[in-house]
Ligand binder design. Structure first.
Ligand SMILES: [Zn+2]
Length: 225
């Protein structure tokens, strides 16, 4: 285990203190072995798409604490994504709009207002997503005005047309990302509307990186290396 013999911050030689912590001989930082171990174990589970619920059970930890930690990892994913966007934005790109609606909601016509709408950019093989405003706030207005049917018809037509565009470029990175995203998000069995953006960034991040590089990037980000 790397962090027991080497400092996680600088790679320096570490001393083992009597209180169970380790102290770096080079940067003098003191850290708890247990804490580092726990974070890295949880990061590993997160990168391997284990759910917080499953992970808490397996490691005998409280679900709330694992969920909190996973949320922190998701925020870090988002930070890395934004930074990577800055380094890719000068490249030429293609983009397409996407609507995501949970499978269980597809049968209800009004559920269209619950769809998540986002843009997906492909910068030369690097994916970036941008969540667009939720339609939910307009739902009541449409219902009050009794024009939701007209809206839903227009929306369906639009979706069909965007599907045609999709089919034209069948082998593309954007489409691959959508398939990947739909498959992964299903494992969460319903994501709270206000958290959707975090999950979107989680999968953008994971899509752009191998598991090993995702883990290393998150370790760096978490420990501020
Ligand atoms: Zn150090």
């Amino acid at each position: 285990m790397l962090w027991l013999t080497e400092c996680i911050y600088c790679g320096g030689f570490v001393y083992h203190l009597n209180d169970g912590r380790i102290k770096c001989s080079a940067c003098h930082k003191k850290t708890s072995k247990e804490k580092i171990n726990k974070i890295i174990t949880l990061l590993d589970a997160f990168v391997n798409n284990e759910t917080a619920h499953h992970c808490a059970k397996r490691l005998h930890l409280s679900y709330i604490s694992v969920q909190k930690q996973f949320h922190t990892f998701r925020l870090l994913c988002g930070m890395v994504c934004e930074r990577e966007y800055e380094s890719h934005r000068h490249l030429s790109c293609e983009f397409e709009e996407y609507f995501y609606l949970e499978e269980s909601k597809k049968a209800h016509k009004e559920a269209i207002f619950d769809a998540h709408n986002f843009l997906t950019f492909d910068y030369d093989g690097h994916i970036y997503t941008l969540l667009l405003p939720s339609l939910q706030k307009y739902k009541q207005q449409f219902l009050d005005d009794n024009i939701e049917d007209a809206y839903i018809q227009t929306f369906k037509k639009f979706k069909r047309e965007s599907k045609l565009i999709k089919l034209k470029h069948s082998q593309n990175n954007i489409l691959d990302f959508w398939y990947y995203f739909e498959k992964k998000i299903c494992a969460y069995k319903g994501v709270n509307h206000k958290n959707f953006g975090y999950f979107l960034k989680e999968f953008e991040f994971k899509y752009n990186h191998s598991k090993e590089s995702a883990k290393q990037l998150l370790i760096k980000e978490y420990f501020n290396l």
